[in-house]
Design a protein around this ligand. Structure first.
Ligand code: GRF
Length: 221
């Protein structure tokens, strides 16, 4: 897909095969890591390495006990823990995080940073440094219900539909450009847990899709 350049300029199609530039992906987590696992699965199943040069090179957690760390290690992915409580300020933590991520940058392509249940608000400085290559998933139909407790708030508001949103991260919380959304009905008798579980299943579909689409736009650059 999109890897054959200058069709017609060469008789032998194989000689025109262009290897995509390496595109590192670092996933940031704080918890169970089911979105991270879905992304890793999609990367393998859809051969993101061959198609886009893309590889999940590391999973970084701000919590030492995040369940997703074990899942990542089982997949042979490098893991790091950067505990936010070990830093004096939000800025200090974000600088350490940026330094950790930058180690995975390639000369031709900086790292794509994927927030997958990463429960930290990032400083404007960090966001600016990673602008355009910093994605997040939020469990609501943005712009409705930014912030926390999205499922209960959707139920309490009497919403007929709820869902999830993949978006670019901007300095304002949960307000960056929308890339993908899933929507499903809120059912009579839904509890926060029931609704969250159904929405989470859709997150596992839309997050890999949004990343794949982002990679596809980059590979042509
Ligand atoms: C997801 O619902 C995500 O939208 C929210 O936190 C949850 C993380 O789940 N930000 P997991 O760690 O990916 O399983």
């Amino acid at each position: 897909m999109g890897l054959i350049a200058g069709e017609g300029a060469c008789d032998n199609a194989a000689c025109m095969q262009i290897k995509p530039k390496p595109q590192p992906i670092v996933i940031l987590i704080s918890g169970g890591g089911s979105n991270m696992a879905a992304i890793v699965r999609a990367a393998q199943k859809e051969a993101w390495a061959a198609q886009f040069g893309a590889q999940v090179v590391a999973v970084i957690s701000n919590k030492p006990d995040a369940g997703g760390l074990r899942l990542a290690r089982e997949q042979g992915i490098a893991t790091e823990v950067l505990s936010h409580s070990a830093y004096a300020s939000r800025t200090d933590f974000d600088q350490a995080l940026a330094t950790a991520i930058a180690r995975y940058d390639q000369p031709t392509r900086p790292t794509l940073v994927v927030l997958a249940g990463f429960m930290r608000i990032l400083t404007p400085g960090f966001v600016a440094q990673h602008a355009g290559r910093l994605l997040n998933i939020h469990p609501s139909l943005l712009p409705a219900f930014t912030g926390l407790h999205t499922h209960q708030r959707a139920i309490d508001a009497g919403c007929k539909y709820a869902g999830a949103t993949v978006h670019q991260v901007s300095a304002e919380l949960d307000a960056g450009a929308i890339l993908e959304q899933s929507a499903l009905p809120v059912l009579p008798g839904d509890t926060e847990q029931m609704l969250a579980a159904r929405i989470l299943a859709t997150e596992h579909i839309i997050y890999p899709r949004a990343i794949r689409n982002w990679l596809a736009t980059q590979v042509r650059v």
